[in-house]
Design a protein around this ligand. Structure first.
Ligand code: FAD
Length: 383
């Protein structure tokens, strides 16, 4: 397999790197400290077409593959995970709609996600259904030309600002997982209330929310995938998009690790103790070498998984492997890079403290490390 980037990919990556280092880097602390959404960054991302990188050109996107899309996201994650997540999230949900949604719905909403006129959240997790995503109890019951949605969601990223929520619900409760489908619920729908969850550890430029649905009427035209045993477009198919993109969590982790590594590398060349630079101390040099090995390994796994998706050979097990390795690796790397700064690394004056808090989320969201290992073990032993 050839991992050499094309000249076009190099140009795309370098442009994202320039934007990240010249515009996003110095503002990253602001979103964290103020728990503020990076509104001005998002505006810029829209203008540059980054929100539609992986969306087909017929909807106003760039029609690029996931390798290209995550080359951009990786560069942004090196300096600011909260901004990288905007690009990630606003590429995932529209792709679900573009892949499985009915034509009228696609045309109505996807171009607006790309321009930033509309924002979307994914409302799947419930208080009693996290890792066990098929255990959701939210229902969507047909009533004339509307569905009536009832239930509760938790941890919905951007739930307080999204114009539309991609809600996972049981359309046919008796059909088990096959009865689960997705429907777009608009933010001002009567019966929908949103509560922001407070005291978040990291990535404070994004908010998580609880959503309560009390007899919310949603037009049938807003159904993305109908949960039905007979339907070929149900729950199982939307999982394909997640299987393909959960490796995106791995790429963002890779980006944070690389950002922390570069900060440590620079510091070690100037900080002296015992009359020598940290960069000349054998114990620390080996720590850096070990981290380098892990970063290179994570990059290889992540981009191999993304290249398989782009080639139409999405490999769910490889995506899980890449996600587990890269996200766990990033925690180790950020922690060790923080160690290089001694006492200075413990304070919020340096980005390491924020990076350590930020990177923690990536082993949890998009399928926890443990559930990914279950999937890998299922692959090894058969279910
Ligand atoms: C910052 C953040 C943003 C999020 N954004 C969204 C979002 O936008 N939309 C959304 O729908 N959800 C979102 N989530 C929810 C996230 O997907 C869930 O938190 C995750 O799937 C885990 O579910 P849980 O929290 O209920 O933990 P649980 O499922 O209760 O798991 C608890 C622990 O048990 C382990 N465990 C569970 N089952 C098994 C098993 N079978 N074998 C071994 N170990 C197991 C888990 O790995 C974990 O360590 C977000 C979460 C966070 C933290």
């Amino acid at each position: 397999m050839n991992f050499e980037l094309t000249p076009d990919q190099v140009e795309l990556r370098d442009a994202a790197r320039k934007l990240a280092t010249e515009v996003f880097r110095d503002k990253a602390d602001r979103w964290d400290r103020n728990e503020e959404y990076p509104e001005e960054n998002k505006k810029l991302l829209c203008e540059l077409g980054y929100l539609g990188l992986s969306i087909d050109e017929e909807f106003g996107g760039s029609g690029r593959g996931l390798v290209d899309t995550y080359l951009v996201i990786e560069e942004i994650a090196k300096v600011d995970l909260a901004t990288a997540i905007i690009v990630h999230e606003q590429n995932v949900s529209p792709r679900i709609i573009a892949t499985y949604g009915p034509p009228e719905l696609r045309q109505r909403v996807i171009p607006k996600f790309i321009t930033g006129e509309l924002e979307i959240s994914i409302a799947w997790t419930e208080p009693e259904a996290g890792s066990d995503g098929a255990a959701i109890t939210t229902t969507a019951e047909l009533n004339g030309d509307h569905y009536i949605v009832n239930g509760q969601k938790v941890f919905t990223t951007y739930g307080d600002r999204a114009d539309m929520h991609l809600v996972y619900a049981r359309f046919e409760p008796s059909k088990g997982a096959r009865g689960i489908g997705t429907i777009l619920v608009e933010k001002d729908s009567p019966g929908l209330t949103v509560h922001k969850i407070k005291h978040k550890m990291g990535v404070r430029g994004a908010s998580e929310n609880e959503l309560f649905f009390d007899n919310v009427r949603v037009p049938v035209e807003n159904v993305v995938t109908l949960g039905s045993a007979e339907s070929s477009k149900g729950f199982v198919k939307t999982l394909n998009v997640y299987n393909a993109t959960r490796v995106g969590m791995g790429v963002m982790a890779l980006g944070v690790a690389e950002g922390a590594f570069e900060l440590a590398r620079e510091y070690m060349t100037v900080r002296k103790q015992f009359g020598q630079r940290l960069a000349d101390m054998q114990g620390l040099r080996w720590m850096m070498a070990d981290m380098w090995v892990e970063i290179e390994a994570a990059r290889g796994l992540c981009y191999q998984a993304l290249a398989e998706v782009d080639a139409g050979r999405a490999d769910a097990c490889l995506s899980s492997v890449a996600k587990v390795y890269a996200t766990e690796m990033a925690q180790r790397v950020v922690l060790n890079c923080q160690q290089m700064f001694g006492g200075y690394g413990y304070f919020g004056l340096l980005p390491l403290e924020r990076m350590l808090r930020d990177v923690r989320m990536l082993t949890i969201t998009g399928g926890t490390t443990q559930t990914q290992k279950n999937a890998i073990a299922n692959h090894i032993f058969g279910r």
